[in-house]
Every structure is written in C-alpha cells, then in structure tokens.
Design a protein around this ligand. Structure first.
Ligand code: SF4
Ligand code: SF4
Length: 414
C-alpha cells in the first residue's frame, strides 16, 4: 500500500515537475508496525508516534541522519520543529536530504533566534526571516503544518486574531508555503477558543495524566511546582478534546511524558511512575488525538517509545497505575480505559461514556447529528443495560456507569 502511495506521488511529482509542493507522504517501508491515523479531516495518514526536534541540538549531522533513519524505518512520518536554533534546523535538513517527502513537517511561525537564544515573537519581519530560514535550512519550500507558535493567554489570542501576524500566517497558506494552519498551546481555555475560531486545523497541545487533572485545592495551587495534589479531570480539557474529535481537528500531543517526570515515581506529580508505553497509550486514548510526540533524545529512547507498537494490552494499560497514584485522585470521570469490560449486555461502555460526554456539551435538542449517528451505529445501546453493576466493581475510577447508561439511553433515545 505504502509503495503504491509512493509510486503515485512520484508520478505526480514528475508530471508537475515539482519535487517540493506535494502534501502527500511516501515511504518505501512496508514492514513497520506503525499505526496510522488521519490528520483530522484530511485523508493524510500520520503515524501515531512522531518526533520532536529537541534531540537534534545535541547531535552532529551524522547522528542526526542515523536518528532520522531509525524514525523513518519504523514508520514515523511526523516531526515538530519549534526550535529556531540554526544547528537544529541544519541537522534536520541534513537528516532529511533526498527524502523530504517521507515526513510531515510541522514548523512554527513566531519562534525566532536572536543572539544565540530562542525568543517568541509576533513581529512580522522577525517571523518572516525565521520562517524563510527554516525552509532554506530544511531544503524545502513548504511545511505541511504552519504552527501559530505557543499562545498561552487568552489576551494574546484575542490580540493576534486580527493582527498583522495572523495576516502573514494566512498569506503563507495562500502561497502554499504552509499547507494548513495549526496552533500550539499549553492552555486549555486558549486552545478551546482557538479551535472554535475556524482557523485552526491542527492543535499541538500538552497532554498527559497529570496535566489532565485539576489541583485538589485551587487556592493552594502552585504553578511553579509539581508538588500539588491533583484530582478529577479538567472539564475544559474534556470539552476541548471532544470538540476536536467532533470537528476533525487533529491534536498533536506534546509533553507526552511530562518532560520525563512521569517516568519516575520520585518526580512524578502523580506519585507513581508510568512507562513510556503507558504515557503514549494514555495520550492516544484521548478524543481527537492523532499523534503523540516522543521526546526521545537518542535512538535507544526512540526505540523504547516505539515499543508501544508491539506492546501487549497489559503493557498499554495505564489505568491500574493511575488508580494506585498516591498524589492524585480520579473519581467519577471516565478515562476510556476499558477496564470495566466485559459487559454481559455487550455494551461498549467506554464508547457510550465518550459519546455521552460529547453530547452533554450541547443542549439536548442541539446534539449534532454526527454524534447521534455514531451512537446509532453501536451494536448495543445503553438501554440494554440490565443495571447489573459488574462494570462498576471493575472500574478503578468509581465511574457511575449505571447512571451514565440511564442518561445515555434517555438522551439518545435507545
Ligand atoms: S467506566 Fe471506568 S473502567 Fe470503564 S472505561 Fe470508564 S474509567 Fe475505564
Ligand atoms: S451495569 Fe449495565 S453497562 Fe454495566 S456491566 Fe451491567 S449491563 Fe453492562
């Protein structure tokens, strides 16, 4: 299949005499175990594990090429390049030489290099210089996703919506230098506003079990520390993920491992260590997510992340670890882990909970047809629930499944 895609791409490229403006991915690798998902509404298939650019700062060109070889050979076809550091860009350009069309590039607009340091900017001249530099150093004339770089406050989002900066971003899209517009943020409220603006096709967002939880005591919340007690899932994040899933906005996950902290019980804000496979599994189970970026610094770490692709269901299961977290508590929120199965009525409980959660974002007479249709397509519906409660005894997070089934049956009518 992949070879067919490559052949079609190659013929297309030869016919149009242009090796650089295609927004399609080709690969000569048929043997990888990569799992692919569509990038939002587009029919482009993206591997569920992607790479970031941080590692390229510590490498030389040869090491960069070897790292990229490993990534491509294992079916990775998505890279985020937020860094304006010329060394990073040169290394990636070298690593991709002759195979630009095998990877989707997400490049940032507003990341600037000045006096040997990174800075975030909305100055159009600086953005332009930095973006042109990115293309030159990568040896290409477009990126597949042009990211509005890091917007973390509502005030800034409101300011840039009608700004010269935004005009420049749109101009890049019209010129074909970016194929779609994305936005990166760590702030759920900003991201939720942004995805509803109609401007954003791809959202780069920080997702992991710790970030998804709320501080137990908002008054005692210390944003500079990881030592807060955490409890229950942030409802804005739930709305954000559901909105993205429903509207075909692809989420690219950053901070999958919480900067490595989640992998160590000593540093984890949850008080329990997760494995890379569990972190990736968690990120990919959130609605709307296309791809989780691996922050791997070297080939060994990259391979550890790729173990997800061949991991057993037990290895992927994050719910048991989360349920044993000593510094965090989930109570009543479904995290779609599937631990409550089997249901004697064969109801897909996680799926019903997910659709119910999306439906509850709307007034009942305004629930989108697509959500109702998806519910209709389920083989078994919530009305078939016998209220046996066996699911609740297996759910580690005290989700009131029986009540949810009653509510879903009422809302969806079956
Ligand atoms: S109801 Fe509980 S066990 Fe079932 S999917 Fe949700 S969180 Fe997991
Ligand atoms: S209570 Fe309902 S949803 Fe849960 S296992 Fe029993 S029949 Fe299935």
């Amino acid at each position: 299949m992949k070879k067919i895609i490559l052949a079609v791409v190659s013929v297309g490229l030869i016919l149009c005499g242009c090796l650089h403006r295609s927004d399609t991915i080709g690969t000569d690798n048929d043997n990888n175990k990569m799992i692919y998902r569509y990038l939002g509404k587009s029919k482009v298939e993206i591997g569920v594990i992607g790479i970031g650019c941080g590692c390229f700062e510590k490498m030389d060109t040869t090491e960069s090429r070897i790292y990229m070889d490993s990534a491509l050979r294992n079916g990775i076809n998505y890279i985020d390049i937020y860094d304006a550091n010329p060394k990073v860009r040169d290394n990636i350009g070298y690593a991709l030489k002759g195979r630009r069309n095998q990877i989707f590039i997400q490049g940032h607009i507003g990341s600037y290099w000045e006096n040997g340091q990174y800075k975030r900017t909305r100055d159009v001249a600086e953005c332009k210089a930095s973006f042109e530099d990115l293309l030159t150093r990568l040896g290409t004339d477009y990126v597949n996703v042009g990211m509005i770089h890091l917007v973390d406050s509502k005030e800034e989002w409101n300011e840039i919506k009608g700004s010269a900066y935004m005009k420049y971003v749109k101009q890049l899209k019209e010129e074909g230098k970016i194929k779609r517009i994305g936005l990166s943020s760590h702030n759920a409220e900003v991201a939720y506003d942004a995805v509803r603006s109609g401007l954003i096709e791809v959202l780069m967002f920080s997702i992991n079990p710790a970030f998804d939880l709320l501080p137990a005591d908002l008054n005692a919340w210390d944003s500079t520390s990881y030592n807060n007690d955490l409890t229950n899932i942030d409802s804005t994040r739930v709305k954000l993920y559901n909105y993205c899933e429903e509207h075909g906005i692809a989420i690219i996950v950053m901070k999958t491992f919480g900067g490595g902290r989640l992998l160590d019980a000593e540093t984890s804000p949850l008080g329990v260590a997760l494995t890379p496979t569990q972190c990736i599994s968690y990120a990919l189970s959130r609605p709307g997510v296309t791809c989780a970026l691996s922050g791997a610094d070297n080939v060994e770490e990259l391979m550890a992340g790729l173990h997800y692709l061949t991991a057993t269901d037990e290895e992927k299961d994050f719910s048991t670890a989360l349920a044993s977290a000593t510094k965090a508590c989930w109570k009543g929120d479904c995290i779609y882990c599937g631990h409550c199965a089997p249901c004697p009525a064969d109801i897909d409980i996680a799926k019903v909970n997910k659709l119910l959660s999306i439906a509850k974002m709307y007034d009942e007479n305004e629930i989108p047809k697509s959500i109702r249709d998806e519910y209709e397509r389920l083989e078994h519906h919530a009305s078939e629930c016998t209220q046996c409660a066996s699911c609740e005894s297996r759910c580690p997070f005290a989700v009131p499944v029986r009540d949810n089934m009653k509510e879903a049956a009422r809302i969806f009518g079956k």
